[in-house]
Design a binder for this molecule. Structure first.
Ligand code: F6R
Length: 241
């Protein structure tokens, strides 16, 4: 894995945005896999600024989001659908029909997950997947477990993730207990992967990602099996490297 250690959160955001821009400029109809959460927010701001300066054109770009809370409607302020439109898509020239986000309100989970896999395949697969990482090493919402479901699926969130994500909700009780997520093999099938992390709370997960034993109990270690991963971390997340 290629490791880039940058001075600050702003610098990792700029670096990741630059790599996304480069990807789109090389292949205007790129298929991107996208994360939510705190970490990519500044990267999305950078990409919006690049778009406004005319440096990047999203008109042919296709996106697939990594995950969505189960049971939240798309217009719920904490849904990942809302997050993506509010923080990114509404500010660039992406076509609505090119945006794909799992439907957290589906009444047929199996069909929703299968169709998502098919749509990714039909789009030609993901060219560039951007990831954040949970303090427990989750990627997407693939939580530490003895076994992992490799395809897009419904997952029960761990206490740790519910706790970590409660900062976005009025109370911990309001955090959904389940989510839909791309599976590990869905992620690993991407041509290129960028994983971003900021702050000391991610340092241990980053250390394991790079050199821990490959193990489903730290899902991010499975990235060691991929041949084109770039890890972009700030100094906080790099303290154990
Ligand atoms: C979100 C996602 C999660 C987050 C992770 C880190 O779409 O897939 O794996 O990337 O929970 O979240 P933040 O960036 O909020 O620390």
């Amino acid at each position: 894995m290629k490791v880039l250690i940058e001075k600050s959160y702003n610098k990792i955001s700029k670096k990741a945005a630059y790599l996304v821009k480069q990807q789109i400029n090389e292949k205007p109809n790129s298929v991107l896999g996208l994360p939510t959460g705190s970490t990519p927010l500044r990267m999305y701001d950078e990409l919006i600024e690049m778009y406004e300066r005319g440096e990047v054109d999203f008109s042919k770009v296709i996106t697939f989001n990594l995950d969505e809370y189960y049971g939240l409607p798309p217009d719920h302020p904490q849904s990942y659908n809302y997050y993506m439109w509010n923080n990114f898509f509404d500010h660039i020239n992406i076509k609505k029909e090119n945006v794909h986000i799992l439907d957290g309100m589906t009444n047929n989970i199996e069909r929703e997950c299968l169709e998502y896999e098919t749509k990714i395949k039909n789009a030609g697969g993901i060219d560039l997947q951007i990831l954040g990482i949970g303090p427990n090493g989750h990627i997407g919402f693939n939580e530490p477990s003895e076994t992992l479901n490799d395809k897009t699926h419904l997952v029960t969130l761990t206490e740790e993730t519910i706790e970590a994500n409660s900062r976005f909700f009025d109370s911990k009780e309001k955090v959904p207990e389940k989510a839909l997520t791309m599976g590990i093999s869905t992620i690993l099938k991407s041509d290129k992967i960028i994983i971003m992390a900021s702050g000391e709370s991610k340092a241990s997960a980053i250390k394991k990602t790079l050199s821990g034993q490959i193990n489903t109990c730290t899902p991010s270690t499975l990235l060691q099996t991929h041949s084109n991963v770039t890890v972009i971390v700030d100094q906080g997340a790099a303290i154990y490297l």
